[in-house]
Design a protein around this ligand. Sequence first.
Ligand code: ATP
Ligand code: MG
Length: 707
Amino acid sequence: MSVIGIDFGNEGCYVAAARSGGIETLANDYSLRATPSFVAFDGKKRIIGVAAKNQQVTNMKNTVGGFKRLLGRKFNDPHVQHELKSIPARVEERNDGSIGIKVNYLNEDQHFSPEQLTAMLFTKLKETSASAMQTQVNDCVIACPVFFTNAERRALLDAAQIAGLNVLRLMNETTATALAYGFYKNDLFEDKPRNVIFVDFGHSALQVSACVFTKGKLKMIASSWDQIGGRDFDLALAEYFSKEFLERYKINAKTNARANLRLLTEIEKLKKQMSANSTKLPLNIECFLDDIDVSSSMQRSQMEELVAPVLERVEQTFRKLLAESKWSVDDIDSVEIVGGSTRIPSIKQLIEKVFNKPASTTLNQDEAVSRGAALQCAIMSPAVRVREFGVTDIQNYAVKVLWDAEGSASNAEVEIFPQFHASPFSRLVTIARKSPFSASIVYGQPVPYPDQTIGVWKIKDIKPTERGESQEVKLKVRINQNGIVLISSATLVDRKELEEAAAATGEQAAGEEKATGEQPAANSGEQADAQQEAYCENEDDNNTSTASSPGGQGWAQRVKGWFGSGNDKAKKKTIKAVELPMEIVTHGFYPNELANYSQQEAKMIGNDQKETERIDAKNALEEFVYDMRNKLQGGPLERYVVEAEREAIVAQLNDLENWLYEDGEDCEREIYTSRLSTLQQQTDPIKHRSQDFEQSPAAFDELKNSI
Ligand code: ATP
Ligand code: MG
């Protein structure tokens, strides 16, 4: 079984695999390491990755890219409407408000969701890994932008499940990069902690994170981001050239999707050349529109003027990180860059301007994210043995819990995780209740998603005690390893009952850790106290100390304010906990929808496989026709067959060749294989005679003379 890491980029994907010898970035069926994030459709099959991008200009309506930014969103989301401007495929609103991407596949119009398209891409990446590693892939770690919200993370997990991938963790992209950096640089952290800033500037996003390395561990401190990337450079340049062509040639590139796409392709090439060259460079496109050839030129300084607003946002994002990390520039040991767009010289200059350090290129700029994800997968999976390396990630947004307070008109709320809180992590909130209630988890600050709600948990089966008093309900709120915040359990704590039970059985009291099956991080003295009001515990796999979490003591104090029961004397050593049933409403597909999409994906995989086999059978027949004809006409088999038979076979081969271009162009696989085997039956005796001769020329001559 192999263990992989996936960098699912807006423009391209990378897959790295962990083997006992190290990490390797895998090449796809075109011997390339980048697989474009494109899926296309035609009458017979799906076309994914390199092949999809290659045929985009000739099949624009049925070729879809850019779906990473549509994950988990509704059609009328302003963000989606903005993204759709750069997606030439047809996209519609479905009855439930979700996004339906309409393509012509198997000669009928079909709708797919962004999650399904992502799953298709994952299927391709799975195949790439399976063929490169010669083994099935199951476990993986997928990287996602640090700014992804709950809906987007769940959508990504749904896509992976549709593709049959077992995701051990969704990892923030800059955290994956940090792991790729730190894992092999452990010696650097021997004497003192090392503060590193990671800048990832890709196709559609800028992410900047601050990270502290100590021996064998990394801890993310803060992140800042903006939804700008290389494509914004392309669009600014396209705007400029379109205007110029309108004036000079009276043609409007914007009115023609194909011309616009060709322009963007040429601009991207020019932009890359400008990264290496500051002189004036040409842009030429033949037969651009109305058979007119266009030509222009640009130099780097001109581009920098055109993208000044984007550069301004880049600088602001850098400065925001500096402020949020609370580092001064002297605290920074290095600034490491990854992502295609960090090759742009003005970005490197901005790094130097803000952080007062030259941009460092220790990492492979394209592959670091996938390599870090593969390392994380290897650390987590039992399939590969690697050294441990602790990763403490962050929750990028503040999170609150709200619930309807019994007997009060207003909701009660508490900020359970402040922004940049360590992740994974769990906290317990204790609430006194006499009746069932709903608790919502919501973002406590603006997020790049139209809905602030993460989910609503209906906690059931709560009644007053026999004496008519409130019960003690503990909600366990967790940021899990995927950066998803949820209520992972609701427990009713019955102290009295357990006192009796303990007396009856004579069992030693085990405290709440037994009741919840968890290891509390606080010392036991604090723990008993905390259990009365609210309780923090650290579930971080790397056992970072609780004190280092930003919420720490201050949080406990705040919560005390909310829930203070004044019941300090009830410090029981034994308690009984009853798990309460919950009904959950959150983002993502329902299990039956997921099962349905998985089935559809499996069917499409089957169909693609059948189509590949059919094409292979046709190619095999075609190849046989050419090869045999060459061998029989002046080739090595000519002397092993009598003239009449040879002519008859060649005539048959000629007929077959014509048939392959006409009626036989598009047949079932079985027709090609049966024609091939009929031919082979005729030609095998000739081949055998030639082989016999090679083994024993004398015997063959004797046989020939005797005929
Ligand atoms: P994202 O991280 O936003 O989801 P991605 O991971 O697919 O997207 P990358 O592969 O990191 O993005 O970067 C692709 C971008 O980098 C493209 O916009 C591309 O034009 C740009 N790029 C690549 N090489 C260069 C270069 N030499 N000069 C300028 N830009 C470049
Ligand atoms: Mg990227």
